[in-house]
Ligand binder design. Structure first.
Ligand SMILES: C[S@@+](CC[C@H](N)C(=O)[O-])C[C@H]1O[C@@H](n2cnc3c(N)ncnc32)[C@H](O)[C@@H]1O
Length: 282
Protein backbone atom coordinates (compact mmCIF):
# COMPACT_ATOMS: atom_id res chain seq x y z
CA UNK A 1 0.00 0.00 0.00
CA UNK A 2 1.19 3.57 -0.72
CA UNK A 3 2.40 5.44 2.35
CA UNK A 4 1.12 8.82 1.17
CA UNK A 5 -1.73 9.99 -1.00
CA UNK A 6 -3.19 13.29 -2.11
CA UNK A 7 -6.42 14.59 -0.65
CA UNK A 8 -8.49 17.19 -2.53
CA UNK A 9 -9.95 19.67 -0.05
CA UNK A 10 -13.29 21.49 -0.30
CA UNK A 11 -11.60 24.68 -1.55
CA UNK A 12 -10.05 22.74 -4.43
CA UNK A 13 -6.47 22.70 -3.09
CA UNK A 14 -4.58 19.49 -2.34
CA UNK A 15 -2.86 18.26 0.79
CA UNK A 16 -0.71 15.21 1.55
CA UNK A 17 -2.23 12.42 3.65
CA UNK A 18 -0.16 9.92 5.64
CA UNK A 19 -1.84 6.54 5.42
CA UNK A 20 0.12 5.11 8.38
CA UNK A 21 -0.86 7.96 10.72
CA UNK A 22 -4.33 8.43 9.23
CA UNK A 23 -3.70 12.18 9.17
CA UNK A 24 -3.81 14.82 6.46
CA UNK A 25 -0.96 17.33 6.76
CA UNK A 26 -3.12 20.47 6.33
CA UNK A 27 -6.64 19.10 6.48
CA UNK A 28 -9.22 21.89 6.11
CA UNK A 29 -8.01 25.05 4.40
CA UNK A 30 -4.94 23.48 2.82
CA UNK A 31 -1.21 24.01 3.18
CA UNK A 32 -0.79 27.61 2.08
CA UNK A 33 -3.68 29.28 3.88
CA UNK A 34 -2.87 27.42 7.09
CA UNK A 35 0.88 28.18 6.97
CA UNK A 36 0.21 31.86 6.17
CA UNK A 37 -2.06 32.31 9.19
CA UNK A 38 -0.31 30.05 11.66
CA UNK A 39 3.32 30.90 10.96
CA UNK A 40 3.88 33.79 8.53
CA UNK A 41 1.37 36.21 10.05
CA UNK A 42 1.22 35.02 13.62
CA UNK A 43 5.01 34.91 14.07
CA UNK A 44 5.34 38.26 12.21
CA UNK A 45 7.99 36.59 10.08
CA UNK A 46 8.44 39.20 7.33
CA UNK A 47 8.99 41.98 9.87
CA UNK A 48 11.21 39.89 12.11
CA UNK A 49 13.31 38.65 9.17
CA UNK A 50 13.76 42.24 7.98
CA UNK A 51 14.80 43.28 11.49
CA UNK A 52 17.38 40.44 11.72
CA UNK A 53 18.58 40.70 8.16
CA UNK A 54 22.09 39.33 8.81
CA UNK A 55 20.71 35.88 9.56
CA UNK A 56 17.27 34.83 10.74
CA UNK A 57 17.11 31.20 11.83
CA UNK A 58 13.91 29.15 11.50
CA UNK A 59 13.54 25.64 12.85
CA UNK A 60 11.01 23.66 10.84
CA UNK A 61 10.05 20.72 13.04
CA UNK A 62 8.28 18.17 10.84
CA UNK A 63 9.41 19.15 7.33
CA UNK A 64 6.89 16.76 5.74
CA UNK A 65 6.00 18.04 2.28
CA UNK A 66 7.69 21.43 2.89
CA UNK A 67 4.51 23.51 2.66
CA UNK A 68 5.27 25.55 5.76
CA UNK A 69 8.78 26.52 4.72
CA UNK A 70 7.84 27.30 1.12
CA UNK A 71 4.97 29.51 2.28
CA UNK A 72 7.39 31.42 4.51
CA UNK A 73 9.94 31.75 1.69
CA UNK A 74 7.33 33.06 -0.71
CA UNK A 75 6.10 35.62 1.81
CA UNK A 76 9.62 36.83 2.55
CA UNK A 77 11.15 36.77 -0.93
CA UNK A 78 11.17 40.57 -1.31
CA UNK A 79 13.24 41.06 1.87
CA UNK A 80 16.98 41.68 1.46
CA UNK A 81 18.09 39.29 4.19
CA UNK A 82 19.50 35.83 4.85
CA UNK A 83 17.25 33.12 6.20
CA UNK A 84 18.67 29.90 7.55
CA UNK A 85 16.13 27.09 7.56
CA UNK A 86 16.85 24.05 9.71
CA UNK A 87 14.32 21.33 8.95
CA UNK A 88 13.85 18.12 10.90
CA UNK A 89 12.06 14.98 9.85
CA UNK A 90 12.48 11.26 10.41
CA UNK A 91 11.57 10.58 6.79
CA UNK A 92 12.09 12.34 3.46
CA UNK A 93 9.35 10.31 1.79
CA UNK A 94 6.62 12.98 2.06
CA UNK A 95 8.97 15.49 0.43
CA UNK A 96 9.75 13.09 -2.40
CA UNK A 97 6.04 12.33 -2.76
CA UNK A 98 5.30 16.07 -2.94
CA UNK A 99 7.92 16.61 -5.66
CA UNK A 100 6.34 13.80 -7.70
CA UNK A 101 2.96 15.48 -7.29
CA UNK A 102 4.01 19.07 -7.89
CA UNK A 103 1.33 19.50 -10.55
CA UNK A 104 -1.35 19.30 -7.82
CA UNK A 105 0.70 20.79 -4.95
CA UNK A 106 1.01 24.24 -6.51
CA UNK A 107 2.98 25.72 -3.61
CA UNK A 108 6.06 23.83 -4.85
CA UNK A 109 6.11 25.77 -8.08
CA UNK A 110 9.49 27.38 -8.75
CA UNK A 111 11.22 25.50 -5.93
CA UNK A 112 11.35 22.01 -7.50
CA UNK A 113 15.07 21.98 -8.27
CA UNK A 114 16.03 23.23 -4.77
CA UNK A 115 13.82 20.57 -3.22
CA UNK A 116 15.37 17.90 -5.41
CA UNK A 117 18.83 19.03 -4.18
CA UNK A 118 17.59 18.81 -0.62
CA UNK A 119 16.41 15.24 -1.01
CA UNK A 120 19.85 14.28 -2.34
CA UNK A 121 22.35 16.30 -0.31
CA UNK A 122 20.14 17.50 2.54
CA UNK A 123 21.19 21.08 1.99
CA UNK A 124 20.46 23.80 -0.54
CA UNK A 125 21.63 27.39 -0.87
CA UNK A 126 19.84 29.69 -3.25
CA UNK A 127 18.51 33.16 -3.87
CA UNK A 128 14.79 33.53 -3.63
CA UNK A 129 14.33 36.93 -5.27
CA UNK A 130 16.01 39.25 -2.72
CA UNK A 131 16.17 36.66 0.05
CA UNK A 132 19.23 34.45 0.50
CA UNK A 133 18.18 30.98 1.67
CA UNK A 134 20.47 28.49 3.43
CA UNK A 135 18.42 25.36 4.02
CA UNK A 136 19.57 22.18 5.78
CA UNK A 137 17.60 19.06 6.59
CA UNK A 138 18.32 16.90 9.61
CA UNK A 139 16.98 13.49 8.66
CA UNK A 140 16.55 12.21 12.20
CA UNK A 141 14.29 11.29 15.04
CA UNK A 142 13.81 14.77 16.50
CA UNK A 143 13.40 13.80 20.18
CA UNK A 144 16.51 11.60 19.94
CA UNK A 145 18.49 14.39 18.28
CA UNK A 146 17.62 16.79 21.09
CA UNK A 147 18.48 14.17 23.66
CA UNK A 148 21.82 13.28 22.11
CA UNK A 149 23.14 16.40 21.85
CA UNK A 150 24.55 19.49 23.13
CA UNK A 151 27.47 18.30 20.98
CA UNK A 152 25.38 18.55 17.81
CA UNK A 153 25.71 22.13 16.86
CA UNK A 154 22.46 23.64 15.73
CA UNK A 155 22.00 27.36 15.12
CA UNK A 156 19.86 29.04 17.78
CA UNK A 157 16.41 29.74 16.32
CA UNK A 158 14.46 33.00 16.12
CA UNK A 159 11.29 31.12 15.15
CA UNK A 160 10.04 27.54 15.33
CA UNK A 161 7.34 26.04 13.10
CA UNK A 162 6.19 23.05 15.13
CA UNK A 163 4.17 20.69 12.96
CA UNK A 164 4.23 17.08 14.12
CA UNK A 165 1.25 14.76 13.79
CA UNK A 166 -1.31 15.08 16.58
CA UNK A 167 -0.33 14.27 20.18
CA UNK A 168 -2.60 11.22 20.19
CA UNK A 169 -0.94 9.76 17.05
CA UNK A 170 2.62 11.07 17.56
CA UNK A 171 3.07 11.43 21.35
CA UNK A 172 6.88 11.20 21.26
CA UNK A 173 6.98 14.61 19.58
CA UNK A 174 4.83 16.30 22.26
CA UNK A 175 6.45 15.08 25.46
CA UNK A 176 7.75 17.30 28.23
CA UNK A 177 11.34 16.34 27.48
CA UNK A 178 11.07 17.51 23.85
CA UNK A 179 9.85 21.00 24.79
CA UNK A 180 12.14 21.29 27.76
CA UNK A 181 15.19 20.42 25.63
CA UNK A 182 13.95 22.73 22.92
CA UNK A 183 13.72 25.57 25.42
CA UNK A 184 17.24 24.84 26.66
CA UNK A 185 18.46 25.40 23.10
CA UNK A 186 17.19 28.99 23.11
CA UNK A 187 19.19 31.99 24.27
CA UNK A 188 17.76 34.87 26.31
CA UNK A 189 19.40 37.41 23.99
CA UNK A 190 17.74 35.82 20.93
CA UNK A 191 13.96 36.23 21.17
CA UNK A 192 12.28 33.17 19.72
CA UNK A 193 8.63 32.32 19.14
CA UNK A 194 7.14 28.92 18.37
CA UNK A 195 3.72 28.38 16.83
CA UNK A 196 1.74 25.20 16.50
CA UNK A 197 -1.76 24.22 15.45
CA UNK A 198 -2.72 22.52 18.71
CA UNK A 199 -4.55 24.45 21.39
CA UNK A 200 -4.73 21.58 23.81
CA UNK A 201 -4.39 22.28 27.51
CA UNK A 202 -1.93 19.44 27.80
CA UNK A 203 0.40 21.10 25.28
CA UNK A 204 0.11 24.53 26.85
CA UNK A 205 0.88 23.19 30.31
CA UNK A 206 3.89 21.37 28.86
CA UNK A 207 5.23 24.52 27.20
CA UNK A 208 4.82 26.55 30.40
CA UNK A 209 6.61 23.93 32.47
CA UNK A 210 9.39 23.78 29.88
CA UNK A 211 10.01 27.50 30.51
CA UNK A 212 8.11 29.25 27.69
CA UNK A 213 5.62 32.09 27.98
CA UNK A 214 2.46 30.84 26.28
CA UNK A 215 -0.44 32.55 24.56
CA UNK A 216 -3.57 31.66 22.71
CA UNK A 217 -2.75 31.72 19.04
CA UNK A 218 -4.73 33.07 16.14
CA UNK A 219 -7.38 31.22 14.16
CA UNK A 220 -6.16 29.52 10.99
CA UNK A 221 -9.37 28.81 9.12
CA UNK A 222 -9.07 25.24 10.31
CA UNK A 223 -8.89 25.91 14.05
CA UNK A 224 -10.51 28.78 15.85
CA UNK A 225 -7.52 29.00 18.14
CA UNK A 226 -3.91 27.76 18.05
CA UNK A 227 -0.90 28.18 20.37
CA UNK A 228 2.08 30.49 20.42
CA UNK A 229 4.97 30.21 22.87
CA UNK A 230 8.12 32.27 23.28
CA UNK A 231 11.12 32.92 25.49
CA UNK A 232 10.25 36.64 25.36
CA UNK A 233 6.88 37.78 26.64
CA UNK A 234 6.65 40.64 24.14
CA UNK A 235 6.39 38.16 21.24
CA UNK A 236 3.02 37.00 22.57
CA UNK A 237 -0.11 38.97 21.73
CA UNK A 238 -2.60 37.22 24.04
CA UNK A 239 -0.82 35.52 26.94
CA UNK A 240 -2.77 32.88 28.84
CA UNK A 241 -4.07 34.36 32.08
CA UNK A 242 -5.44 33.12 35.37
CA UNK A 243 -8.85 32.36 33.88
CA UNK A 244 -7.12 29.87 31.55
CA UNK A 245 -5.39 28.42 34.61
CA UNK A 246 -8.77 27.93 36.22
CA UNK A 247 -10.02 26.06 33.15
CA UNK A 248 -6.84 23.98 33.13
CA UNK A 249 -7.60 22.91 36.72
CA UNK A 250 -10.96 21.59 35.55
CA UNK A 251 -9.65 19.91 32.42
CA UNK A 252 -9.54 16.12 32.25
CA UNK A 253 -6.54 16.31 29.90
CA UNK A 254 -3.97 18.74 31.24
CA UNK A 255 -1.04 16.82 32.67
CA UNK A 256 2.01 16.79 30.34
CA UNK A 257 3.12 13.62 28.59
CA UNK A 258 6.06 12.71 30.83
CA UNK A 259 7.14 10.04 28.38
CA UNK A 260 6.39 9.08 24.80
CA UNK A 261 2.99 7.49 25.43
CA UNK A 262 -0.31 9.30 25.05
CA UNK A 263 -2.61 9.54 28.02
CA UNK A 264 -5.11 12.03 29.35
CA UNK A 265 -4.91 13.03 32.98
CA UNK A 266 -5.98 15.87 35.21
CA UNK A 267 -3.30 18.24 36.52
CA UNK A 268 -1.36 16.74 39.39
CA UNK A 269 -0.84 18.85 42.53
CA UNK A 270 2.85 19.10 41.74
CA UNK A 271 2.26 20.36 38.21
CA UNK A 272 -0.28 22.88 39.46
CA UNK A 273 2.21 24.21 41.97
CA UNK A 274 4.79 24.66 39.22
CA UNK A 275 2.26 26.47 37.05
CA UNK A 276 1.26 28.82 39.85
CA UNK A 277 4.86 29.88 40.31
CA UNK A 278 5.45 30.49 36.58
CA UNK A 279 6.38 34.17 35.97
CA UNK A 280 3.47 34.43 33.53
CA UNK A 281 0.95 34.08 36.38
CA UNK A 282 2.73 35.95 39.15
C1 LIG B 1 1.94 17.05 9.73
S1 LIG B 1 3.38 16.44 8.98
C2 LIG B 1 4.31 17.91 8.63
C3 LIG B 1 3.80 18.69 7.47
C4 LIG B 1 4.82 19.70 6.99
N1 LIG B 1 5.19 20.65 8.01
C5 LIG B 1 4.45 20.40 5.74
O1 LIG B 1 4.45 21.65 5.70
O2 LIG B 1 4.16 19.72 4.75
C6 LIG B 1 4.28 15.83 10.38
C7 LIG B 1 5.72 15.44 10.07
O3 LIG B 1 6.37 15.12 11.32
C8 LIG B 1 7.29 14.10 11.05
N2 LIG B 1 7.64 13.37 12.28
C9 LIG B 1 6.85 12.56 13.02
N3 LIG B 1 7.53 12.02 14.04
C10 LIG B 1 8.80 12.50 13.94
C11 LIG B 1 9.98 12.29 14.71
N4 LIG B 1 9.99 11.48 15.77
N5 LIG B 1 11.11 12.96 14.36
C12 LIG B 1 11.11 13.78 13.28
N6 LIG B 1 10.00 14.01 12.51
C13 LIG B 1 8.87 13.38 12.84
C14 LIG B 1 6.55 13.20 10.07
O4 LIG B 1 7.43 12.34 9.36
C15 LIG B 1 5.82 14.20 9.19
O5 LIG B 1 6.53 14.49 8.01
Amino acid sequence: MDEYRLVRLKNGTYSVHSVAHGETFHPVVGPVIEAEALYVQQLCLPARIAANADRFVIWDVGLGAAANVLTVLRAARHIPATVQIVSFDCTLEPLKFAIQNADCLKYLSGYESHLANLTVGQSAHFRNDRLQVDWTIHHCDFPALLEDSLEISLPVPHAILFDAFSPAKNPAMWSYSVFSRLFQRLRPNIPCALATYSRSTLLRVTLLLAGFFVGSGRATGEKEETTIAANARELIESPLDRSWLKRARNSTSAEPLWDASYRQERLSEKTLERLLSHPQFL
